[in-house]
Write a new protein. Structure first.
Length: 383
């Protein structure tokens, strides 16, 4: 395989921009990061742009006109990945919102086949429901909801390749089932839940390691009822996903959250819907028309339905709305979700031995190129 050396870029390494480096790629991995004078093989001039670790999105419902619930297939997954790659996403979890268990089965099979077939960027599956609370259903179809018991553990954790992330409401199952899911290799996240503080803490103690779109669709933190939010912010262990679009959560609330616990336990997610990468003003979700207006997706009742957010915009928003540096915001879209997925030794950094998953950003924070396993895609500038 031919070695490729990327030069003349500002390389984001562990939160700092560094000049004068060559990043060498071969066989899908980064083989060396060293002085520019050591560049070998095919040399690619980055023109002074910013080379950052590729973004990882753990919550992607759709993109490019494709919706995973509508078509849980390898082709749909590939279309979603292609749409988000334009925005710097080099790793993602196709996300299935609450549906019949037969659809969940098809989605698991499709992800397994997609990874086996080499679809770029697929890291596993996110099963968001149907084990959720009707009191915090959001856009989910409550008619699909059910309790989660031990009989379903094997069925939900049978993915042979990649990671399985399961969002559940802890009041719709038990700590022993959460423990069984974690022991079977699943990553358990709390979401769409009206659980009390004690129930949430019991779930975290049983092995849940995530909180799905913190603040949205969960019991809030009140003075005498801390709820799921209080449990999540008090406990330094779980990773909390944040939708930073200025609409789902007020920036002031997010700033308070970021100051309450280690930054490396927060990660950016898009919760993206099929309009991302397509720009349409509406789409259909399980038979319901969703209107996209001013960057917000809502049904006819005004309920938020995922987002129109892409990850490059989420990174820019984290800097503009939350006052974070590029290094901090980019880590929330790369290193921190990689750690959440248990991939901290292979993704989320620019270092020798890591996957050659990279994004090239201009000074405005827009993605201009991505590399997945060392294969480049150039993004055409917007008109």
């Amino acid at each position: 395989m031919t070695q490729i050396s990327l030069i003349n870029g500002r390389v984001l390494i562990d939160g700092e921009l560094r000049n004068g480096l060559a990043v060498s790629l071969e066989g899908g991995v980064i083989t060396a990061v060293g002085p520019q004078e050591t560049a070998d093989g095919d040399v690619v001039d980055l023109g002074g742009d910013i080379l950052a670790p590729g973004f990882i999105d753990t919550q992607v419902n759709g993109g490019g006109g494709a919706l995973f619930n509508d078509d849980p297939s390898v082709e749909c997954i590939a279309a979603i990945g292609a749409a988000h790659r334009r925005f710097g996403v080099t790793g993602f979890l196709p996300t299935l919102i609450s549906d019949d268990l037969e659809v969940v089965d098809r989605a698991i099979d499709a992800v397994d086949a997609a990874i086996g077939g080499g679809v770029p960027g697929v890291l596993g599956i996110h099963i968001e429901g149907p084990f959720l609370s009707q009191a915090r259903q959001g856009i989910h179809d409550a008619s699909k909801f059910q309790r989660l018991d031990e009989r379903l553990v094997e069925r939900l954790t049978r993915l042979r390749r990649g990671r399985t992330l399961i969002t559940l409401a802890p009041e719709r199952t038990t700590p022993s089932v959460i423990r069984a899911l974690a022991e079977a290799g699943a990553i358990v996240s709390l979401g769409h839940t009206d659980a009390e503080y004690a129930t949430a803490r019991a779930a975290l103690d049983a092995g849940a390691t995530g909180v799905t779109h913190l603040f949205n669709a969960m019991s809030p933190m009140l003075s005498r009822a801390p709820g799921v939010v209080g449990a999540a912010l008090e406990d330094p262990r779980p990773w909390c996903g944040l939708i930073v679009d200025g609409r789902h959560v007020h920036p002031a609330v997010l700033k308070v959250a970021l100051r309450s616990r280690p930054l490396d336990r927060f990660m950016l997610v898009t919760d993206a819907m099929p309009n991302v990468g397509l720009g349409t003003d509406h789409f259909f979700l399980q038979g319901r028309r969703i209107t996209v207006q001013d960057g917000v997706c809502r049904d006819d009742r005004g309920v938020l339905a995922g987002s129109a957010l892409d990850m490059a915009q989420a990174v820019r928003n984290a800097m503009a709305l939350l006052g974070l540096s590029l290094g901090q915001a980019a880590a929330m879209a790369s290193a921190f979700p990689a750690a959440f997925l248990g991939m901290t030794d292979s993704r989320g950094r620019i270092a020798a031995g890591y996957a050659a998953d990279l994004v090239l950003l201009n000074d405005a924070g827009e993605a201009r190129s991505t590399w997945i396993s060392g294969r480049r895609q150039v993004v055409e500038p917007s008109a």
